[in-house]
Design a protein around this ligand. Structure first.
Ligand code: ZN
Length: 185
C-alpha cells in the first residue's frame, strides 16, 4: 500500500520570523526552501497542511509567558505572505483565551476537525512530515504529539529553525523528538 504523505507546515507566521515578536534569527532563510518542498509535494499529489495561531487580545497566561503575538484580526495572525499557500488545508489554534499551549495537534480546520482527528482519518499508512516554526516550540511539540498518536512522523531539521532562548534548547528539542519516535531528517 502506498504511503500517504502529509506535509505539515507549522506556524509560518510573521511573528516567528526575524522582526517578529518571537522571531528566530535567520529563520527567513527557510522561506524559499519551504515553498519549494510544498510545490514539489503538490505536484506529486501530496497533501499540504498549514497550521497557524490567531490569538484574542485577552490571551492571559499565554501572553504573560511569551508576550503578545499573532493577534487575531491583524496580518500577524495569518501565514506570512512570503509563503505560497495554494488550495491547501488550514488548521487554526489558540483562538480562545484559555488555550495556553504550543502544539498544533488540536488546531481545527473549517469543518471543526482537529489535526489529530484528520490525520487519523487518513488510514494506517500516513507519514506526517513536519517543518516550520519553531523547533523548540510549536513545530517540535506538534511533531511529538503526532508521533504519540502512533503516526509515522518525520521532522525536517533544515526547515525548522530554533529560537534557542536558552542555549541548548535546540538539542533538548531534538532529544524529545527522538524519544517520542520522530525521525529527525
Ligand atoms: Zn501563541
Amino acid at each position: 500500500m502506498n504511503e500517504t504523505k502529509v506535509y505539515i507546515n507549522v506556524d509560518l507566521q510573521p511573528d516567528f520570523f526575524p522582526g517578529g515578536a518571537l522571531g528566530a534569527p535567520g529563520a527567513d532563510k527557510i522561506i524559499p526552501k519551504v515553498n519549494k518542498i510544498n510545490e514539489k509535494a503538490r505536484q506529486e499529489g501530496g497533501e499540504i497542511i498549514f497550521t497557524y495561531e490567531a490569538h484574542p487580545h485577552n490571551m492571559g497566561a499565554h501572553f504573560e509567558k511569551y508576550g503578545r503575538h499573532c493577534l487575531e484580526g491583524t496580518p500577524k495572525a495569518e501565514i506570512d505572505p512570503r509563503i505560497k499557500v495554494s488550495e491547501d488545508h488550514l488548521f487554526v489554534k489558540g483562538t480562545e483565551h484559555y488555550q495556553d499551549y504550543l502544539t498544533s495537534i488540536n488546531a481545527k480546520d473549517l469543518d471543526g476537525r482537529t489535526l489529530a482527528e484528520y490525520l487519523l482519518s487518513l488510514g494506517d499508512n500516513v507519514h506526517a512530515i513536519v517543518y516550520g516554526l519553531l523547533l523548540d516550540y510549536c513545530a517540535g511539540d506538534t511533531a511529538v504529539d503526532i508521533a504519540k498518536r502512533g503516526i509515522r512522523t518525520s521532522l525536517i531539521r533544515d526547515l525548522t529553525p530554533a529560537l534557542n532562548l536558552k542555549p541548548g534548547d535546540d538539542q533538548r528539542a531534538i532529544d524529545r523528538l527522538v524519544a517520542a519516535g520522530v525521525k529527525v531528517i
